[in-house]
Design a protein around this ligand. Sequence first.
Ligand code: UD1
Ligand code: MG
Length: 465
Amino acid sequence: MNKLHYPDLQVCVLAAGKGKRMHSNLPKVLHRVLGRAMIDYVLHSAEALCPKAIAVVTGHASEKVREHVGQPINLEWVIQDKQLGTGHAVSQCEEVIRDVRDVLIVCGDTPLLSWQTLAHLVDEHRRLDADVTVLTAQPANPFGYGRIVRDADGRVRTIVEEKDASDDERAIGEVSSGIYCVRHAVLFDLLRSIGNSNAQGEYYLPDIVPLALAAGQRVDAVLMSDPDEMMGVNDRVNLAMVEDLMQRRIIRDWQLRGVTIEKPDTVRIEAGVSIGIDTVIQAGCYLIGRTHIGDECRVGPNSVLVDAWLDDRVNVFAFSHIHGASVGSDASIGPYARLRPEARLDEQVHIGNFVEVKKAVVGRGSKINHLSYIGDASVGVDCNIGAGTITCNYDGANKFKTEIGDRVFVGSDTQLIAPVRVADDATIGAGSTITRDVEPGGLTLSERTQQRYVANWKRPEKESR
Ligand code: UD1
Ligand code: MG
């Protein structure tokens, strides 16, 4: 854990914009990158600095953003009724910012930004004793960003937005990340002086730079080493690019912590996933939501795990789908298995191909190896559930439970008409339709029709023409 602590710093997160370029009903900062809203990443990096407080400026669909974030103790909400620009957004925070030396302004649409970079900006700002410090980058493609205009001595003079820039200015490779550290004592006076006579008719935060210089204040720029970090999401093309970069970061992180990932370009591992050492994730897997995978597991090709829990040494064979289910250690699942919500499999359970398990507990060592549906059920330890066994749990209106004891053997192609109980050590003959509770031990089977033999029967043959 980092031990950063900036008690005389307040962070201001700008998240009021509608995100017109997203063409969405969802506020931009709630769009997800690998399963986590963009604003969550930004808040996480901000919180890592342990600042005095964090102010979040919302406006467009603010209630949705608030509902999503909740109410962390040091977070204050600020409403920007009309989105008149980034400078206007910061000026709305004046009342909630007190008794701090500096204000760190970040945008809610830059999820790749790390806390290390933010800390570096604040440290440099203080080391240089600056009034305004802007975090800059030199991305491969500067299109869309504000350009950093420097004078002949290399000192920052102003920042020009893409839409206001001349051809010469557009040719500048150094851009603004939109992130600033500003001395609190000067910030709000500067903001009061900015105007909106520009291409977008907005109050631009970057305009504090020339205003500070005109007032004789010190302005600096800190160039970030990895330009990817400041990538802002303005449309869904950016969103996909940021997700791609985040994915590489997350995969690399798991690789360095002892996870083997085969064909990493083909897998999706979301931000909320955790994976133990010596686990192998094979090509095409999707690990989604709060999925947890223990040590020494193998997740076979093209499996999808959503909010799934695997203990240690679980083997998931190809094309399995596990959603909201948990699997005990040394169990084996699939290929082509489907575990649905509230399936709870104990250790050493075997689930084979084309088996669906839903809302069912399966005890240690039990096997359901082929073509079965087990739903709203409990299965004891060391049972063998034969091929094609179906728990008939639904009468078209209500669901009923099937309870199977320990060491039960269910013959193939059995229907268990719930509600029904099968006692310990029972054996059910193949092809049975079980409508009443089954006694312990012994053999239970439904009446079978007689088998006939027709001796002089000939198979039809193809007519020759
Ligand atoms: C902004 C910067 C640009 C910088 C780029 C980096 C300005 C004018 N431009 O451009 O210099 O290179 O970020 O990504 O600052 N917001 C509000 N209220 C508003 C307007 C915006 O809260 O009235 C918020 C948005 O929700 C967003 C952030 O401010 O999180 C940035 O706004 P956006 O419209 O994305 O600005 P860019 O065009 O990306
Ligand atoms: Mg932006």
